[in-house]
Design a protein around this ligand. Structure first.
Ligand SMILES: [Zn+2]
Length: 351
């Protein structure tokens, strides 16, 4: 069973012609409606996250200052993160969407997908940034841990940008394995997310970055994810899986130089479901409206096929690689990154 958590109230985070605007969710919902998918999956509404839910991740002084900033009318918090008067409340609703999706999975749903905005993975404990205010995924994770006693989490983030807020929040935490595949951070926001950032203290070895050179495409991503994510996830053995979904690594996206095609998204979704068994998906970025709506439909259809066993993972692999051996097309640069990650993580994982 697939559930989507969505609210038309997300429009209230008003950003005008900013790239992170309400049109993004509008085209997602409209395309699902047109394809008849909205009638075939469960759609439910989120509740606003409580103050105490947000406080498990963010500092009281940050929460209070965002609230008063919005009450006074909002504006730019940094060079690209814009808050409107209703942003504080809408950001709490987006965090509530991630909590609602988590509850659905706890209650037996295979996949629950929070289609929300503002996004969250760049928000740190005490700072907004990269269009994000509250870290929706982190708030859901702490809710699962503190309220439901869930112990071990795997967080996988395939937004084209490194989820620095999520990584920082769990950087010293051995119970949260954060795996992120993103464009090489020396070429894109937020400027960190290098291989060497492996976690700290007890969390050393539990922050795994896969930085991809500009120009990387489906085959490069598949090579890395099959070679790293799959074995590491099996070895770690999480109790719960949370996935940050970003469509901004698509070749049509204006903000990245990664060249993923439409076919990548159903592949990665069914690969993750294969690994996880059940999972929460949380929408992050994606700024080409065409790619966003098309790839989101394909992602959901990939999951539906997987759940009804219409497509085996092997077939999905073939579809993406056009019947060729994926490893044949991999650049020496990508192979080198793979080797460096493997060497660096050899004290922690046997992949
Ligand atoms: Zn992004």
């Amino acid at each position: 069973m697939i559930s989507m958590v969505y609210s038309p109230e997300y429009i209230k985070h008003e950003t005008g012609d900013h790239p992170e605007n309400m049109e993004r969710l509008h085209v997602i919902v409209e395309s699902l409606e047109k394809k008849g998918i909205l009638n075939e999956i469960n759609v439910s509404k989120p509740q606003i996250a409580k103050y105490e839910d947000i406080l498990r991740v963010h500092t009281a002084s940050y929460i209070n200052s965002l609230r008063s900033f919005c009450r006074k009318g909002g504006g730019y918090l940094d060079f690209d993160t814009f808050a409107s008067p209703e942003t504080y409340k809408t950001a709490k609703l987006a965090a509530g969407g991630a909590i609602k999706a988590s509850k659905l999975v706890l209650n037996g749903c295979n996949v629950a997908y929070s289609v929300a905005r503002p996004p969250g993975h760049h928000a740190t404990q005490d700072r907004a940034g990269g269009f994000c205010f509250f870290n929706n995924l982190a708030v859901a994770l702490e809710y699962l841990r503190r309220v439901h006693g869930v112990k071990k989490f795997l967080v996988f983030d395939f937004d084209v940008h490194y989820g620095n807020g999520t990584a920082e929040t769990f950087y010293e935490d051995p119970d949260v394995l954060y795996v992120s595949i993103h464009q090489d951070p020396s070429t894109i926001f937020p400027g960190n997310g290098f291989i060497e950032e492996i976690g700290k203290g007890a969390g050393e070895g539990y922050n795994l970055n896969i930085p991809m050179p500009p120009g990387s495409g489906d085959s490069d991503y598949m090579f890395m994810l099959k070679g790293i994510l799959e074995p590491v996830a099996h070895e770690f053995g999480a109790d719960f899986y949370l996935v940050d979904v970003g469509f901004d690594g698509h070749m049509d996206d204006p903000f990245s130089r990664i060249q993923l095609t439409d076919d990548f998204y159903p592949w990665i979704a069914s690969k993750m479901l294969d690994i996880a068994g059940s999972m929460v998906l949380i929408l992050e970025g994606g700024y080409s409206l065409g790619a966003l709506s098309r790839c989101n439909v394909k992602l959901i259809n990939g999951l539906r096929d997987q759940l009804t066993s219409n497509t085996s993972q092997k077939q999905a692999d073939l579809d993406v690689s056009r019947g060729t051996d994926v490893s044949e097309n991999i650049s020496p640069e990508t192979r080198n990154i793979f080797k460096n990650i493997k060497d660096l993580f050899s004290p922690f994982f046997e992949f």
